[in-house]
Write a protein that binds this ligand. Sequence first.
Ligand code: SAH
Length: 243
Amino acid sequence: HALRGDLLLNGLETMLEENFVKQRQALIRSLISQRILRSSNVIRAMEAVPREKFILEEYRRSAYIDTPLPIGEGQTVSAPHMVAIMLEELDLKKGLNVLEIGAGSGYSAALMAEIVEPTVSDLNKGHVTSIERVPELINFARDNLKRTGYSDRVSIVFGDGTLGYPERSKEMLYDRIVVTAAAPHIPVYLRAQLNKNGIILVPVGDTFMQTLIKATKYEEKMEFREVCNCMFVPLIGEDGFRF
Ligand code: SAH
């Protein structure tokens, strides 16, 4: 009986997995028809990363509904359309180094890692570093990334991301910086850690509603553009919201 039970469970798991793949494909088709998903590398990443593996068990069934979902500690994983918008605006390429503030579930970090991936000639390029201030979520993100095979390409770091990644600030500039929490302004340390021709994306506003701001750094000046309205959980820290 135990063996039959195991077989039955295995069969059920395979069915669920196949179902998730179908749901993922349907969601991607929908995001393409809405013209939110456009680039082949972003579409490929959304196809490759299983969102259901970054979701708490009690919400897993809803993994492919286009909505944010709770990940514990009062935080959420962003809705797929919002992740897609950010990925499209970031203009990621193979070999770029990315700094993310707000690792949460690790889902967006995995997607970015899928696109930048290390180059064979330089293993220090194409890496994603993601900072998280909630210790419980550090473990959650690391477990999710390990299960899905992204551990080598993503580093989850504990700290206040409004200060950038201070341990590395002297030697390390990032090609792309993305803040996945609502900020009162673009944190100054993050502007300083952005490489020339780099792009930084930040939801700027109050703790209820924000505008996604895209800033591109040229030689001396920064160029700013408003992408869309959005609703993120607050960026809490020294150069963010202080509670
Ligand atoms: N990118 C995540 C979304 C996480 S929600 C995902 O794909 O799941 C935003 C996250 O930012 C939360 O986990 C929150 O704890 C974190 N956060 C808020 N302020 C922060 C700060 N100052 N430094 C680092 N992380 C922060």
